[in-house]
Write a protein that binds this ligand. Structure first.
Ligand code: 5GP
Ligand code: MN
Length: 336
């Protein structure tokens, strides 16, 4: 609570501080929603804030109010570097290690600004001055609402702000169905609805807004690419660069694909390996005992939550697939 009071007085100082808000690379709805939610909140307090994302993000997020003000670091490197250098306060949302914001992380680490971490991933590395962190929050969007409540500023929640936060809570809980959904999550969601978030519109904007190519690509992956490894109760989809090109897959299109494997009876682990231009990106989803984050950390330079994690590799995709299959026996006890 002392930290919140101190942070509030830093934010409300005269003249107002220059604030940067950033989030993890390839932001999802929780990452971008929490960033823009915080942006709207700070704006309502007359605090100039700029959201900078380390990379681009999917078109399915571009409806979010305030999205047009976001700067993509990769596209505007010099301008972003200058803003980070001049910042008094940098908010780091929905990630626990500076590695997750790529080269932007080096600039944030060097900056003399105060850093504020708002996150719900295990084991934050500890680069921040202020921390609002717990793995018991459904999402970073829920935590941003907690911050606003702790600051006694719920009156400042507009319909735009509420819509951004609702989007991240909805997606990070997979529409209020993950175990991370608590009574508090529902209370926060209820308050966001009272403030004007429209659940049907937000759901449609995110889930009923895909290209025809993407829908055909999902069909192709499920009928042609799905492997079942019965001994390990594992579903695996590996997509190579030619296949991504054939279906004109762009950022955001592979979101959600990994969940299909998990929907099969008896499957405990679902894995997606995608051949991105710079590296091979992996997604892990598990049902109960399989520690997806430890597995990702030990074998694929990654991390995340217990049942939802990610990782990456610079090896060719065939080698990543082999390495994955070779690593599974070590974790067999968690798959039975
Ligand atoms: P996704 O599979 O949707 O990309 O990520 C699932 C979860 O794992 C997210 O909570 C995300 O923050 C985390 N995650 C994904 N990729 C990485 C990674 O490369 N490193 C770490 N530490 N976490 C990741
Ligand atoms: Mn999140």
């Amino acid at each position: 609570m002392n930290q919140i009071t101190e942070l509030k007085s830093l934010l409300l100082a005269t003249p107002r501080p220059q604030v940067i808000i950033t989030t993890h690379h390839k932001p999802d709805a929780d990452a971008l929603g929490s960033s823009l939610g915080l942006y709207h909140f700070l704006k309502s307090l007359d605090i100039p804030a700029q959201v900078i994302t380390p990379t681009d993000y999917g078109d399915f997020l571009k409806w979010m109010p305030g999205e047009s003000t976001v700067i993509n670091f990769e596209a505007f490197e010099e301008k972003s570097a200058k803003l980070v250098d001049e910042a008094d306060i940098i908010f780091c949302l929905d990630f626990n290690t500076l590695k997750r914001i790529n080269r932007l992380g080096e600039l944030v680490a060097k900056s003399s600004s105060k850093k504020v971490l708002i996150d719900h991933h295990l084991e934050p590395e500890g680069f921040e001055d202020f921390r609002l962190w717990t793995t018991s929050a459904s999402s970073t969007c829920e935590l941003v609402f907690w911050l606003i409540e702790l600051m006694h500023e719920v009156d400042h929640v507009s319909a735009d702000l509420a819509s951004c936060l609702y989007a991240g809570i909805m997606t990070d809980t997979a529409s209020f169905k993950h175990g991370s959904t608590t009574p508090t999550t529902h209370r926060v969601a209820a308050k966001l609805l009272e403030k004007g978030a429209k659940p049907n519109r937000i759901f449609e904007s995110i889930y009923d807004n895909y290209s025809e190519n993407r829908t055909r690509f999902i069909g192709f992956c499920l009928s042609e690419k799905l492997q079942i490894l019965p001994d390990f109760k594992t579903a695996l989809i590996v997509v190579n660069a030619e296949e991504l090109g054939r279906y004109k897959i762009i950022t955001g299109d592979t979101e959600g694909l990994v969940n299909y494997g998990l929907s099969i009876t008896g499957i405990e682990l679902s894995v997606l390996i995608i051949d991105r231009t710079v590296s091979r990106k992996m997604s892990f989803r598990s049902k109960t005992k399989f520690p997806a984050n430890s597995f990702a950390r030990q074998h694929f330079n990654g991390g995340g939550h217990f049942n939802a994690a990610g990782g990456e590799s610079s090896d060719p995709i065939e080698m990543v697939e082999e390495k994955f299959k070779a690593a599974l026996p070590e974790f067999l006890e968690y798959l039975n």
